[in-house]
Design a protein around this ligand. Structure first.
Ligand code: SF4
Length: 428
């Protein structure tokens, strides 16, 4: 079996908050479906349900999920946040997706990277047992995973559209991205801009080379150019802001009760939120926030711990290669990095909304944690990218100029630069 690799500082122990079971739909493998169909579960459910499964037609064909209630979540979730399947039949009987969460396995030539989804409070807090001490359980989980899901190392890395690069070329790019994200005396948003500029410079070089990929770029030179520029905030145009605010419509729809009234009203609500109009109410909000308030906020000066948490997030994603390829809708590297960088303006926007809903203007650590919980979910939800608005956003994001504008708009004036978060954010 290939070797599992964990970031040194990664920890996880489930705190049984039940958030994943409430928020996420659980896709089933054929074996999961067969196993659960053979049991008469319906009469034992705490929240009565007429059905155990939902079938949905998706791009890859019909997918079967556990039935999901908009408020109570998964049919098997009990009021004490424990799973009925786990209590009645034990851990091994559970669906593969339930056992996997929050882990992802990402095949690479030098081993299997073990990534964690950040749509989990315990992952954001980096709490619990170090992953390298859970090697035995994770190896067994990986064995179960390989029985149902193909887990082969791609022969090359898709770089841009259908242009692939060999793994050694990717390793050089990756090393530069790490150098950029670790520059301690630069605000995080500038480090992300540096990553973005670097990857797009690589793209231009690659396209000019027609088939061979040599990295002649000098990251120091790109950095100097970046630092010499006057990073003036330019207000993104309405259409450009929609790229970020459309996520709010998606999140509001996801957390709304499903009813006839809502299905009529939601498209209008989503459109108004995407245009920056109306009020937002999300889980954990003390009261709804008008989006107009967001644009009147003074610049954000984040505390060192907020900046360290944000840095921790981006560093973990890079370390585990959890932002492109099979880990992320099969996106090529350039598109995956665009999406990763977009998580920054989205998280800052959500953190500001959380702060406003809780009666303060400057986001605190808890606001950033709550924002990260939602932004990681929204960025990596396939639903959002399959609709018309999602496809339009993806098209707009292929322009690095737009992303840069969004990152500067949400990030500038926000931080003074801190030492790298790796050491500062040990989890709380
Ligand atoms: S969200 Fe994370 S901590 Fe909460 S129940 Fe799920 S896995 Fe456990």
């Amino acid at each position: 079996m290939p070797e599992l690799q964990y970031p040194d500082d990664a920890r996880f122990t489930c705190v049984q908050c039940g958030a994943c079971c409430r928020d996420l739909r659980i896709p089933l493998t054929a074996a999961d479906y067969e196993r659960h169909s053979a049991v008469t579960w319906l009469e034992n459910l705490t929240h009565k349900s007429k059905k155990l499964f939902d079938k949905r037609r998706e791009r890859q064909g019909e997918v079967c999920y556990f039935a999901h209630h908009p408020v109570h979540g998964c049919v098997f979730l009990q009021p004490d946040n424990l799973c009925l399947v786990h209590s009645a039949k034990g851990y091994d009987y559970k669906a593969l997706a339930c056992k996997l969460f929050p882990f992802k396995f990402i095949p690479s030539p030098d081993g299997i990277r073990v990534a964690r989804k950040f749509h989990c409070p315990a992952v954001i807090a980096n709490e619990g047992e170090p992953l390298n001490k859970q090697h035995k359980q994770l190896s067994k989980l990986f064995g179960d995973y390989c029985q149902s899901i193909q887990c082969e190392v791609p022969s090359a890395v898709m770089f841009y559209h259908d242009y692939a690069i060999p793994w050694p070329a990717f390793a050089q790019i990756e090393a530069t991205l790490f150098t950029a994200i670790e520059i301690g005396d630069l605000p995080l948003y500038k480090r992300l801009l540096l990553c973005l500029r670097f990857i797009h410079a690589c793209k231009i070089e690659a396209l000019g080379q027609q088939g061979t990929f040599g990295i002649e770029l000098d990251p120091q030179k790109i950095l100097c150019e970046l630092l010499q520029e006057n990073m003036q905030k330019r207000r993104p145009a309405l259409g450009e802001r929609v790229v970020v605010t459309q996520f709010l419509g998606y999140l509001v729809a996801h957390y709304s009760r499903r009813s006839v009234w809502h299905s009529l009203y939601l498209p209008l609500r989503k459109l108004s939120l995407a245009l920056g109009i109306g009020h937002v109410q999300l889980p954990g909000f003390t009261h709804p926030v008008a989006l107009s308030q967001l644009h009147n906020c003074p610049p954000w000066q984040p505390t060192a711990e907020c900046e360290a948490l944000l840095h921790y997030y981006f560093r973990q994603k890079l370390l585990t290669r959890d932002y492109f390829g099979p880990a992320c809708f099969k996106l090529p590297l350039v598109a995956g990095l665009n999406l990763l960088v977009l998580a920054y303006p989205l998280t800052v926007m959500l953190a500001r909304l959380y702060a406003l809903s809780r009666g303060h203007v400057t986001p605190l650590l808890q606001d950033v944690k709550d924002a990260m919980y939602l932004s990681d979910f929204a960025c990596y939800a396939s639903d959002i990218w399959s609709g018309t608005a999602g496809r339009l956003s993806a098209f707009m994001l292929s322009s690095p100029a737009l992303l840069e504008k969004l990152v500067v708009w949400y990030g500038s004036g926000t931080s003074t630069g801190t030492p790298t978060g790796e050491k500062q954010y040990a989890g709380k």
